[in-house]
Design a protein around this ligand. Structure first.
Ligand SMILES: O=C([O-])C(=O)C[C@H](O)[C@@H](O)C(=O)[O-]
Ligand SMILES: [Mg+2]
Length: 426
């Protein structure tokens, strides 16, 4: 294995459809960061993470420090964290995440997301040098394909400006629209489980959408995720209505104490990618039995090995494991699929936003068949960078002033009075 000769960090803007959530609506373009780790022997490892400026600046600050390092992932997290002082730590520590979809936003969480991109890129380079897939470096796969779940969204047909990207999916603003979207997801990708992003309309309408999905797909697992929009009382009403219909209810309310109260009084398993998204949030949540399923996400948790660590902790405490996703491209989907293939206790179909993306930076974007993505056995992640596409999406970033995801600002273009609602909304 040769040492690291060069590290490249490239910000890009990718098109994103007008998907609705509690905070507002997705912008027409959203930032991502692509990392390349190049070894002295010429292997190129790829990683991908969030592109908002705080993440990008930290990735840019850390990248030169990797040059000359051995191709190892050990100790990466503390090395990235040590760079945070360079990027104005006091400004971004311990504030609530602007998009409000992840719970509290801390400097440590930003560092973990940046670490994940470098860790994935090093694993990819290592696999290419050794001629083995990333899953082999993680201990080996226990399945040949990873199951994903359809991620359904209320959405507009189009963004407000005529020259903004379009995708032909059409609007979904009521139960019939949600069912039509689910049918297309099932037809085009073969998904057999469905998650609806809620927190957009009054709970009764979202319950009606889930019941309509249940009528259409009576045997298929269903999930509803309002990103903490509801009070404990509302959560309990919805949970009672959907008991026996949902596989799990995701983040009905905010905070470990509220989640614990809902969990205590309801039979429905509660899942989270908001109240437990970092290791130091686990002890209290597990002690209070606030969540029955944790959504892993290698970006959130600091990489592929951190995801395996999380799986071991969940297994120890009898807590289920699923996988979260938000807007990502094929490098991240490859990393998700590689790590998911190594975790025996990943009992639920993983979330993926990938069908909503019309662009990619890899030469052969993944295909879903029967809702599954095949686990690549090619060296590394098994994907190749499309340099023309990377250059074009980087040029878009250079030509634009979009530097962060802001769903509330995107909503204000249509509804100038919009402010992201306080918790609980209902
Ligand atoms: O809770 C979740 O599943 C997410 O936060 C996923 C995404 O962020 C989703 O809500 C979105 O992009 O609007
Ligand atoms: Mg969620």
């Amino acid at each position: 294995m040769s040492p690291i000769a060069e590290v490249r960090v490239t910000p890009i803007l990718i098109s994103d459809p007008p998907l609705l959530n509690l905070q507002g609506v997705h912008q027409p373009y959203t930032p991502r960061t692509i990392v390349e780790v190049i070894t002295e022997d010429g292997a190129v490892g790829l990683g991908e993470t969030y592109g908002d400026l705080d993440y990008l600046r930290l990735a840019e600050a850390f990248a030169p420090k990797l040059t000359g390092s051995a191709l190892t992932v050990n100790g990466l997290g503390p090395r990235v964290a040590a760079c945070t002082r360079q990027v104005g730590a006091e400004r971004i520590d311990n504030t609530v995440q602007a998009e409000g979809l992840r719970g509290s936003r801390t400097l440590a969480k930003i560092a973990a997301a940046v670490t994940s991109a470098f860790e994935v890129a090093i694993f990819d380079a290592l696999g290419r040098e050794l001629g083995v897939p990333v899953h082999a470096l993680l201990g080996g796969k226990v399945r040949d394909a990873v199951e994903y779940s359809a991620y359904l969204f209320y959405r507009w047909a189009e963004h407000p400006e005529p020259d903004e990207p379009r995708d032909g999916w059409g609007a979904a603003l009521d139960p019939a629209g949600v069912v039509a979207q689910a049918k297309r997801m099932a037809d085009d990708y073969g998904f057999t489980s469905f998650k609806l992003k809620g927190g957009v309309f009054e709970p009764a309408q979202e319950v009606a959408a889930i019941l309509a999905l249940h009528d259409e797909f009576p045997e298929q697992p269903l999930r509803l995720d309002p990103n903490g929009a509801w009070s404990v009382e509302t959560s309990l009403e919805v949970a009672a209505r959907l008991d026996g219909v949902l596989e799990y209810l995701e983040d009905p309310t905010t905070g470990t104490a509220n989640m614990a109260e809902v969990a205590r009084k309801s039979a429905l398993p509660l899942a989270t990618n908001m109240c437990v998204t970092a290791f130091d949030e686990i002890p209290e949540a597990f002690r209070l039995d606030a969540v029955q399923v944790v959504l892993s996400d290698h970006h959130y948790w600091g990489g592929l090995r951190a995801t395996q660590d999380l799986a071991a902790i969940c297994r120890t405490y009898g807590v289920g494991l699923s996988m979260h996703s938000n807007t990502h491209l094929g490098i991240s989907l490859a990393a998700m699929t590689q790590v998911a293939s190594t975790v025996p206790s990943l009992d639920y179909a993983c979330d993926t936003h990938r069908p909503w993306q019309t662009e990619d930076v890899i030469t052969e974007p993944h295909t879903f068949s029967g809702g599954l993505v095949k686990v690549s056995d090619a060296p590394g992640l098994g994907v190749e960078l499309d340099r023309d596409s990377l250059a074009a999406l980087h040029q878009r970033w250079l030509d634009s002033d979009v530097r962060r995801r802001d769903d509330a600002a995107a909503m204000r273009r249509v509804d100038p009075a919009w402010t992201a609602p306080g918790f609980p909304r209902w």
